[in-house]
Ligand binder design. Sequence first.
Ligand code: B4P
Length: 193
Amino acid sequence: MLNIVLFGPPGSGKGTQSQKLVEKYGLIQLSTGDLLRGEIEEGTALGLKAKSLMDAGQLVPDEVVIGMIKGKLDANPQSKGFIFDGFPRTVAQAEALDNLLEERNESIAKMLALEVPNTELITRLLLRGKDSGRADDQNEDVIKDRINVYNSKTLPVANYYKGQGKYVSIEGVGEIDEIFTLLCAQIDVAMMN
Ligand code: B4P
């Protein structure tokens, strides 16, 4: 099984690249953002609780997203591996993920971290906001709040994986296919180990 964490600030291309990686490698994408938006669409109690936090650019509580990931791991025991997209976003989530994988005799192979400057992130998200209907992409202040939350709560997750020797920085500005090639090169190496 090959398990990859695709990491980066909001708008760095995690969702975009995950879809291409799924197609090429047959891995399962676990995007906590997509899972939460699914709950909102279905009008579940969890979705209702998550919506106000997401619209304001804040993180949903750790136990909620950890529970969702556990459910998906349990539901896909035969998977070739997972791409964790937008998860973990806190050190507590990273620790919980390690525990969940350890219980299954699995581990994270690499964290691939997309590096994109803030100005580019804001431009991309405002552009997506024009037709995505996502409230969190439509207001520049909310986007800036999301970047601030990323810097304070999520960036420490990079150090967590650096400590395990699993962190790899990837240039996230450029053509989508060029960035995809950089990611694939890292995944191909991980698959050989
Ligand atoms: P997410 O759904 O994870 O949203 P995101 O980080 O904003 O998106 P992503 O980074 O995947 O977007 P992409 O670059 O692909 O999270 C939304 C919210 O959910 C969070 O704020 C939080 O409230 C909650 N949440 C999710 N996970 C959580 C967790 N684990 N814990 C707690 N709360 C959680 O795309 C951005 C745009 O850029 C697209 O329009 C794309 O076309 C464009 N783009 C991509 N690559 C490009 C390139 N190379 N050049 C130009 N444009 C590009």
